[in-house]
Design a protein. Structure first.
Ligand SMILES: Cc1ncc(C[n+]2csc(CCOP(=O)(O)OP(=O)(O)O)c2C)c(N)n1
Ligand code: SF4
Ligand SMILES: [Mg+2]
Lengths: 357, 630
């Protein structure tokens, strides 16, 4: 065994973030879920608010801390598990859904959360994401969308808008972005929602719902990267514009926004906005949101690509269907019931045999 | 053993005894040659011969009929003596069409026998096979061989009249006639094939009847025709006492994994993405549901290993297997497992490369990839499987090493050993070595007066870190790919810690060496030449050494189960020989590792043809080598 180096305090990595950077003083309810590691995101990063909300939410979920596992890929967002005092795995770029699938499939008793970024989930890990959702592994996947590659210092990402000027696109990016909500609906996700870092109340509500959902719960979280993409979502999160630029989806309720003054209605297969007080339409013309309708979710998800429409937040779609691990274990149980518990010696001998004395 | 050869030899036939025979069935991909070969293998196992097989098929599922590149073959070597290779030279070739003859004629020994389906030797098929100047059956091209022209197609059609099968089904059955005939020729029992047919077509009794009828027709044709005046017998081989079965390498790998799961008490989680020749492992394991085996057909090889790692983190036996390019795709995740120090077994069933290469042909060209094909200093144990039956023990051992040392392990097999078959003495589960799995249950350090769990505190003898399953209260911890601080496992960028941890991970793998059994030398324990092999060259090297023994050369051989770490007694063994020959089905990979470790004059012997070595090739190289040093 090599000789030990003199023991010393862990040295901080070179890079940004003051030693004591951190969220405002922790409340007691958060403490249980906060690990002893210094949080190393840039001061002001939207990730702090999400972390705080999750730490605050966990004790309310009725799950034992030792049964909780956070799995992530690589990116600023993916440092998340280090800060949670639970089991965790900070894996490799884009692959968190694969580890989470193996873990949950073999250990359905665990409460598994995946934390990922827009580059992590939609670029290098795109394939794994769609297959995770298709299989419907019972876990919560939080996609921190900051529309930028944070950790690699600011290149455009698969959710960056066309024309975005970044280090790797000095003359503007020329590729259209993914719409994560439409994408996950297309991949047969059974639960699809959107929320934002700056609306911690809504964030908490959505995460709670996601947690109760039996199946893959896909939650896009708009997250501000104040270093490389500051203000990307301010239209939807800041008080001056939020009411006019967002619409909150609620099952069974009309799609109203701008403090109830405007509504969203269907014009054929297209959505459009109208004034409640106007001459042509009334409250009754607003879409009554139905989160069980995949068709409606698809149409409403596309509003995000139209600057003339308010941005929808909330639960787009929710459908109950058997989870992957349930079907896996059920099949094993049924076959074991039929064939009896496997016997190793019998298996080794399960062929035409002959004996030599 | 009940009802061995059922033959009642007609009075006019003489019976000749043989010690060993090599038979090759060859035909179109659609002719069912693999099936014919495996059924002949089964009957041969029943006749208690020792045997070795070499299935050899094209990558295309149904290449255009009649072409040379669509030829599929199944070679089988059996005998009353020790049989370790599929045979250098073929004694009997069964050629279903001209292309099969064209492709395989050079494998047949001068004076050997060839049975042809003469009905298939029509102008069109002859042209397709590249016989431009006429029919080889008429041109004297085959005068050095004993040729039996059998009307396989016609007799099949005749025999199946009234069975109500369509023309295609009839044509596809002719391999059963050929099988019946060859079974008669070598006095093999019909029973295994009959049992198999009854099971395979259980839902279609008309096919069971037709096929069995045809099989018997072929058999009786042999008895009654005047073409064959001799019938052969091959006496049972003197295998050591025990109960035997025929086993293919992939099957043995699957059983080894199930055995490891069952003996360790860990549930087996197997992640895989289909790829030739590893897919069969997935096919086998997916049937063992009542052993709690979870198979996961992933979206790609990266997901397959990712899921296996996830399952291991959860306290399961995480395993994945792949071939060729799939192993490359797993590289990054393998490195993660090295860093997180989680057990995971990665089986690489090698095939011809690079890139897609020769998907259905064998090669040993992924050794250096297994050793070094990861970013950073990422050592891990590398094991190899030497024979189809040995695949069982190799898989079992790989699981044991992974768990005992908390490390990913790569086990290398190849297409030859995976697809090949041999008689295998069935071990009882109680014979298998014990499996200790200790999950961490409590905290392991006191820090500032508090009991804590540090995930990278090590076992002083193996240097393995503890395995703490999620669900265990008080042991919550985070793993990841960033460098770990010694013991705490916290993220650390400390320069000296990184060097220390890099060395520690290397030492941990080195310490696997403490558990490696003494290296067995086959042949001379010291002398002129040591042949050093690894993996599937085991049988052919031993065969060569046996034959060289008769020539009075002092030659020994060792077959390495462990390539990393190399066994600790290797240096001493090398010291007892004057020269070293390293045969490999690659451009020289083990030889580089040996040269790197021992400054000795290793001679490489390389074959990169997608085909295993012939014993004669090794013998020739060994003799040349001995002449040079003497
Ligand atoms: C295989 C591999 N390729 C590239 C990288 C470099 N890399 C690290 S994070 C990252 C992008 C992160 O972007 P995102 O997922 O959006 O996370 P964010 O930092 O914005 O939270 C890249 C390209 C890597 N770690 N691994
Ligand atoms: S670079 Fe952006 S996303 Fe990353 S920690 Fe800093 S602010 Fe947050
Ligand atoms: Mg990002």
């Amino acid at each position: 065994m090599p000789t030990l180096p003199p023991s010393r305090k862990p040295v901080r990595p070179p890079g940004r973030g003051p030693r004591r950077a951190g969220p405002p003083k922790a409340r007691t309810s958060r403490k249980e879920y906060a690990s002893d590691q210094d949080v190393r995101w840039c001061p002001g990063c939207g990730d702090y608010a999400i972390l705080a909300s999750v730490q605050r939410l966990m004790p309310q979920l009725g799950v034992k801390r030792e049964n909780v596992v956070f799995v992530s890929g690589i990116g600023c967002s993916s440092r998340f598990p280090y800060y949670m005092n639970t089991y965790g795995m900070h894996s490799i770029h884009g692959r968190a859904p694969t580890m989470a699938t193996g873990l949950k499939a073999s250990r359905p008793d665990l409460d598994v959360w995946v934390v990922t970024g827009d580059g992590d989930a939609l670029s290098i890990g795109g394939n794994h994401l769609i297959h995770l959702l298709r299989r419907n592994v019972n876990l919560q996947l939080l996609l921190f969308n900051n529309q930028i590659y944070g950790l690699t210092k600011g290149q455009f990402s698969p959710t960056s808008e066309i024309g975005k000027v970044t280090k790797s696109s000095p003359f503007g990016s020329i590729t259209p972005p993914f719409n994560p909500i439409s994408l996950s609906l297309g991949a047969s996700a059974s639960f699809v929602a959107r929320t934002a870092d700056r609306d911690t109340k809504h964030l908490t509500k959505v995460l709670k719902r996601a947690h109760t959902h039996p199946g893959s719960a896909f939650v896009e979280v708009y997250q501000n990267c104040n270093i490389y993409n500051d203000g990307a979502f301010f239209d939807f999160t800041e008080r001056a514009t939020k009411a006019d630029r967002t619409v909150y989806l609620e099952h069974g309720k009309p799609m109203l926004f701008a403090n109830g003054k405007r509504g969203v209605r269907l014009d054929g297969f297209k959505t459009s906005v109208f004034d409640i007080e106007g001459r042509d339409f009334s409250v009754n013309d607003a879409i009554v949101y139905d989160e069980t309708s995949l068709e409606l979710a698809g149409i409403v998800s596309r509003m995000s690509q139209r600057p003339d429409m308010p941005r929808p937040f909330g639960v787009f779609f929710c459908e109950e269907r058997p989870t992957y691990e349930h079907l896996l274990w059920e099949q094993i149980a049924a076959i074991t019931e039929r064939q009896g518990q496997g016997d190793l010696d019998a298996l080794l001998y399960a062929a035409d045999t002959w004996t030599i004395q | 053993m009940e009802s061995l050869p059922v033959s009642t030899v007609a009075a006019t036939k003489s019976v000749e005894s043989l010690n060993e025979v090599t038979v090759l069935f060859a035909g179109d991909s659609g002719d069912g040659m693999q099936l014919t070969g495996s059924q002949f293998t089964l009957a041969t196992a029943f006749a208690q011969n020792d045997l070795a097989t070499l299935p050899d098929f094209p990558a295309e599922i149904r290449a255009p009929a009649g072409t040379t590149y669509g030829v599929s073959g199944f070679q089988l070597h059996f005998g009353s003596v020790n049989v370790r290779t599929p045979g250098d030279e073929v004694d009997l070739l069964v050629a279903m069409n001209p292309a099969a003859l064209k492709v395989n004629l050079e494998r047949v020994r001068r004076g050997g026998a060839i049975i042809v389906n003469v009905n298939a030797f029509k102008p069109h098929s002859l042209k397709l096979a590249g016989y431009k100047d006429g029919n080889p059956l008429e041109e004297g091209e085959l005068k050095d061989y004993r040729v039996f022209e059998v009307e396989l197609s016609r007799m099949t059609e005749e025999a199946l009249k009234g069975f109500g099968l369509d023309k295609k089904a009839v044509d596809r059955s002719k391999n059963m006639f050929a099988l019946g005939l060859t079974l008669w020729l070598y006095s093999r029992p019909l029973k295994p094939a009959i049992a198999w047919l009854s099971k395979k077509f259980a839902k279609r009794p008309e096919l069971v009847k037709a096929n069995i009828h045809l099989l018997k027709k072929g058999y009786h044709f042999g008895e009654t025709t005047e073409d064959f005046v001799v019938q052969y017998e091959v006496a049972p081989a003197r295998l050591s006492p025990g109960t035997y079965r025929a086993i293919r390498g992939v099957e043995a790998l699957a059983l080894g994994l199930v055995a490891a799961s069952s003996k360790s008490g860990l549930d087996l989680f197997y992640g895989s993405y289909p790829i030739t020749p590893a897919s069969d492992l997935l096919h086998h394991l997916s049937r063992y549901k009542n052993f709690g085996v979870k198979t996961f057909q992933a979206e790609d090889e990266i997901a397959a290993i990712g899921a296996a790692i996830g399952a291991s983190f959860g306290g399961n036996l995480g395993v994945c297997a792949t071939s060729g390019p799939g192993l490359t795709l797993k590289a990054e995740s393998t490195g993660l497992a090295v860093m997180m120090e989680l057990p995971v077994v990665i089986i690489g069933v090698q095939r011809g490369g690079p890139s897609t290469g020769l998907p259905t042909k064998t090669e040993q060209s992924d050794l250096l990839q297994a050793m070094y094909g990861r970013n950073g200093e990422a050592p891990l144990p590398v094991l190899s499987a030497s024979t189809p039956g040995d695949c069982f023990y190799a898989a079992y051992e790989a699981c044991m090493v992974a768990i005992r040392h908390m490390t990913p392990v790569i086990l290398l097999a190849d297409g030859y050993v995976a697809n090949g078959a041999e008689p295998w003495r069935i071990p009882s589960s109680s014979e298998l070595g014990g499996f200790d799995v200790n999950f961490a249950g409590k905290t392991n350090r006191k820090v500032d007066g508090k009991d804590v769990f540090l995930p990278y505190v090590r076992d002083p003898s193996t240097l393995a870190r503890p395995w703490a399953k999620p669900g265990t209260p008080g042991l919550e911890h985070r793993l990841g790919g960033l460098e770990k601080q010694h013991e705490t496992g916290d993220v650390s960028y400390d320069p000296e810690n990184h060097e220390f941890m890099t060395n520690l991970r290397a030492s941990k793998v080195e310490r696997v060496g403490q558990f490696i059994e003494r290296t067995e030398i086959y042949g001379h324990e010291e002398g002129d030449l040591l042949i050093v092999g690894w993996g599937s060259t085991d049988g052919v090297i031993k065969t060569a050494v046996d034959r060289l023994h008769n020539r009075g050369l002092k030659i020994g051989t060792i077959q390495l189960r462990y390539i990393n770490p190399l066994p600790s007694d290797l240096g001493a063994i090398l010291g007892r020989f004057n020269g070293y020959l390293v045969p490999e089905m690659n451009k020289g990979q083990l030889v580089r590792i040996l040269r790197d470790r021992f400054l000795l004059p290793f001679t490489a012997l390389n074959k990169i043809q997608g085909q295993p070595f012939k014993a004669s090739e090794i013998i020739e190289a060994a003799i040349n080598h001995c002449e040079e040093i003497n």
